[in-house]
Design a protein around this ligand. Sequence first.
Ligand code: 7TS
Length: 405
Amino acid sequence: MNKIEQLRKQFPILSREVNNRPLVYFDNAATTQKPEAVIERLRNYYESENSNIHRGAHFLSQMATDAYEQARKTTASFINALHPHEVVFTRGTTESINLVAHSFCKKFLKPGDEILISAMEHHSNIVPWQIACQEHQANLKVIPIDRKGELIISEYHKLLNEKTRLVAVTHVSNALGTINPVKEIIEAAHRKDIPVLVDGAQATPHMPVDVQALDCDFYCFSGHKMYGPMGIGVLYGKEKWLEQIPPYQSGGEMIKDVSFGKTTYNDLPFKFEAGTPNVAGVLGLEAAINFISETGHDTISSHETDLLQYALEGLKNFDGIRFIGTPEHRAGVISFLLGDIHPYDAGTILDKLGIAVRTGHHCVQPVLDYYNIPGTIRISFAVYNTRQEVDTFIKGLATVREMFG
Ligand code: 7TS
């Protein structure tokens, strides 16, 4: 049995059938499936460790607190953060971005300032900035993309100016698969003392991320897109920023002292973790990180690159395919249209064949407006996918074409 077949055995859901066919799961950019180790970790926590953290002197509370803080250290080393307290646990990328859009902008965004995002952002890296700009009478500016689905970097340089307060860009596009040159983007912003937030939702499952090497100011990602549980995510922030910006939510845990006259806030990272946190989610995320580390980034990226090339080759020769996004540096995401067939119709037929793909706007409506299309069919890979599944998918597309073409 080869390494990938062994890996597949760790994912119970992959052996199920959908519509009487073996499941082919190609919707990994939406969420990945979970290995046994992650499922077991959640189960074990609730079965024998469950307790609230940072408050009880009793045995279980101490145990859960230690496990939670150990998971913070594991997460910090996964992205090579300088300090564990630069890792704030959130519900996911969306909440991480909202936290920065709220707290950073409250402190630093002034009327007439600008926030710079890109034309390929997920809605969750657009709308929070739009709202912040409205609240603070600031302006949202957008780095354009070209037909290949790459950022036009020369335009980025022109857009950076003394009014720019923050740049927020995605590391990897969920719709086009583009891997953006974030290091170059960060260097250029820093030359003008502008901080940069990176949306890493589609990067952490597929490639090693080193926040110190990138020198990003904020980095956001979700557990559920990298083999971990839903409802848990991370905001990495440089200590100097997290120290300066005000809390996002308030309540228990984020305070030092409370009286009716005045409250002082807790130290990092607790200042940003109001209320009872998702302890099981954090422990499940740690198990997911361990799964990625044990599998190895080399194995993950070489296998996913192989699948990407194999699928692109197969699709290239398929009549009527129009790729949406043909970037040079890309992750395992392919968006396309098939003749005049509506993506939804294609998705429905593929589903009948047990093949899960995403169809629609993928929460990137401005990208679709740019290409002047209503949606795409999108396939996205994880380490457990196989060439054989790509073959099944391409055969499925032939059925779609027979029915609608
Ligand atoms: N940023 C990017 C680049 C994403 O792809 C997504 C989710 C998010 C942010 C939001 O992440 P969340 O975990 O907070 O929801 N992307 C997708 C997708 O492509 N299909 O479903 C969700």
